[in-house]
Structures are given as structure tokens and as C-alpha cells.
Design a protein around this ligand. Sequence first.
Ligand SMILES: [Zn+2]
Length: 364
Amino acid sequence: MQAQYEDRQTGRAIAVRLTFLDQWLVIEREDGRELDRWSWRDVAPIPGDFPDGRMRVGLAADAHAVLALDDPDILLRRAHAAGMQQPAQREHRVRRDLPLPVWLVGAVLSLVLLVQFVIPAMAGMLAPLVPASWQARIGDQVQTIAATLLTRKDGNAQCAAPGGVAALKKLAGRLGPMAGTARLHVIDSDLPNAFALPGGHVSVTTALMDRADGPDAILGVIGHELGHLHHGHSMERVMRYSLSSALISMVVGDIGGGALAVGVSQMVESDFSQDQERQADAFAIDVLAQARVSPLPLARLFETIRTEHPEADGALVEWMGSHPTLSERINTLQRAAGGQTAGAVLEEGEWRALRDICRKPEGN
Ligand SMILES: [Zn+2]
């Protein structure tokens, strides 16, 4: 019987004849030369709809070659006549006995279980094993992509106005050695957000600075993000999302750049676990206390966001309130409030310069 042998590596399709010999399905060219030989027991239908409407069979879902069949029933009848069992067909029947929705629900459930529970656990174990130099390199890459994705249309991709850079340095200096090797970035974005990435990257968006009533609140934000870095949450999250999106793109198929973009934006926008947020808040409170900066401006920034997005209290993304609820976090900060900030964190002009760090130089 005739079929088409499709070599998936070269993309070539060869017209072939199929015969059975013992347990083998023998695939011959039209001139009679043997091209391939498959163990019939291992031949199974390749799932999916093909544009030409023909059924494909192969040795496995990722077989190097598949057979396109005009009439699969002929193949099965021939196999039967040759005394072959038909495990491939039997498996196929078993699957059909369960209604399709059951299969779909089962598949989706196992994917959800993997993404929700197995991968986070794996990421938690694996993240500490990644050498620091690799972490930094991964963080650098994700930082570049995240900054590009979050920068608003017509925004400045390089927020580096000299006055603003100086103000940012002074801000980090206030944290002293606690800021460690942190690399601070401002992103010209309409989304109020802040995040940390491996390699010491801490980013704050202009939209978040616009909602702060002063530099003390931004120092609190930076302290919180340093907490995520200190506890290794950022690397864990990068791994979690890399593993999840790798898994999802394997299941959904190769969706290329789109999937990557979605993965990265999830990576910087999605929430950490409750405990991780509490740890980062506790770290921020410590850092602020040592810098003798009041945590109240940070609490007020949270309040502003809660007023703007009341629906976000206890849901949604990091700085628009993740769990633990924004209200709980505000309470924690207020309870920790250690009075007044000692000495201005930034002078009025410096704070203005920081907020204008994304302003493009005159003449552009
Ligand atoms: Zn956080």
C-alpha cells in the first residue's frame, strides 16, 4: 500500500510502499529499496490536525519521520491480515472511550499542578544552586527585556538625566552598605511598579514615583526590593517562570517571541508568595530603621495605590497589592513606624531631578 514518508529533519516527502514482515512495518521506496523499518508495536498515531487532512503515524510524538496515510484503515486491515496485533489502534480506542472533555480537563489539571506546585518547589531548590555569576548574567538579560517591555510608548528607554542619576546615587548612599552592589534603575512607564532581578537590579517606574509623596517612600520601595534580593526570591521567581513557560510552550507548541514576552512580563509583574512579601517588608523596615528613615511614607504610598485600585487589595500584582493584602502591609509598616526621618533623604531640587530622570535632553 502507498503512503508518504515525511522526513521531519530535512522536510522531504518520499512516496513509499508499506509491507509487513514479522513484527516490522517495512517502508520501501518505489524502486524497492528499503528506506526505514519500524517495529509495528511502537507505531502510534501522531496527534493533531494536518492541513492535508491525512492521518500521520510515527514511532513517537517527536519521531524523526512520519508516514502520511491516505487511508489508515487499509493499513490496519493489512496489519491484521499479516497477523499483527494492533496496539496502536487499541490505545486509540481506549482514548476514545473517554469523552474528549475528560481528557482535556485531565491534561489541563496536570499542567496546573505542575506549574502551581511542582515547579515552584523545584525552583526553590534549584535557585540557590545557580552560581552568582550566572544569576547576574540572567538578571542582566531579563532586566533589559523587562525595561523595554515596560517603557511606555514615546518613553525614554535610557533614563539617565545627570541630575536624576546623582539623586539616585545619593538615595542609595543613604542605605549605606545595605544597598550592597544594588544597581538602581528608573523605567519610564505608565504602570506603577517596582521589581528586583538577580544581579542586584532594582527598578522603580516613573508612575510609581509620581504616586510617592517624597523620596522617603521610594527609599522604602528600594528597601523592599533589596529584601527580595537578599532572600533570593528573585532568582527563584526567574527560574519558576522559565520552567513554567518552557513547559507551557512545549504543551501549547512553539509560540516563539510572544510567549517569551508574556513570560518576562509575568516575571516582573506577578506576585511573590505571602511569606516572601512579608520577608521583604520586614527587610525594608530594618533597612529604613538603620538609615533612620520613617516607614510611614511607604505606608502612605501603599494607601495611595489602595485608593486608586480598591479592587486590588489582596489581589493582582506586586505594587498594586498582592497577598498579603495591601491593608495588612500598611498596618505592619504603621506599627513599625519609628517616628521622624532624621535629615532630608533628598533636597527638594534633588527629588524633582529624580522624578525628571527620564526627561529627554533638550533638542531631542
Ligand atoms: Zn515584593
